[in-house]
Design a binder for this molecule. Sequence first.
Ligand code: DX5
Ligand code: ZN
Length: 229
Amino acid sequence: SPKPIIAPSILASDFGKLASECQRIIGHGADWLHIDIMDGHFVPNITIGAPVVTCIRPAIEKTADGKGIFDCHMMVAKPEQWISDFAKAGGDLYCFHYEATENPRECIKLVHDSGMKAGIAIKPDTPADVLYSILDDTSDPDYYPDMVLVMTVEPGFGGQKFQERCMPKVTALRDRYPEMDIEVDGGLGPSTIGVAAEAGANVIVAGTAVFGAPDPKEVITILKETVQK
Ligand code: DX5
Ligand code: ZN
């Protein structure tokens, strides 16, 4: 199955020193940076937009082994609207919400046309099987997502409790798509990683658990080793 990837959510970092926080956490062994984009419409909160991503991009090197990827989690209404801005800003993966668009397949194609990889996210109450028609159709890679994100909290805020009830969706997706990158996001840390890894998630987002830890490197190591097992 796909390799473990740890993607700390910078939402839990000190935005006053964002670029150096990003560098620090990569230095502690993080693979990707998970960047939470909220527009105050799709979710009841606002974070940052493409101009901020542009400013932190030069601070983070992308390496051949896949470190330094900017994983942009787009908690926005009308995700089609921001694709070109995030491509220009240096986004690598543009993960939009299934619930936010009329035409997810078309959105995947637009993301690919921009040069980014495409992810598709579902909220805790959205069943996994809404994705099956998209994921079963391998006829055209332009329309095929590079990752699926199963939210394990209601999107909008960091620091919420992990919802274990979402794990059957991860299990079902892993059984059906053994090679797919499956990301989980929300409330993950050393005490919840076990069930998520067991269910088959391989891309692990963690905000509070990493940035709030006295030793972020230790937390990243625990998360990675648990997924690897
Ligand atoms: C929630 C965000 C998450 C969040 C994760 O809307 O999508 O990425 O920042 O933070 P923790 O790990 O603190 O739940
Ligand atoms: Zn997120």
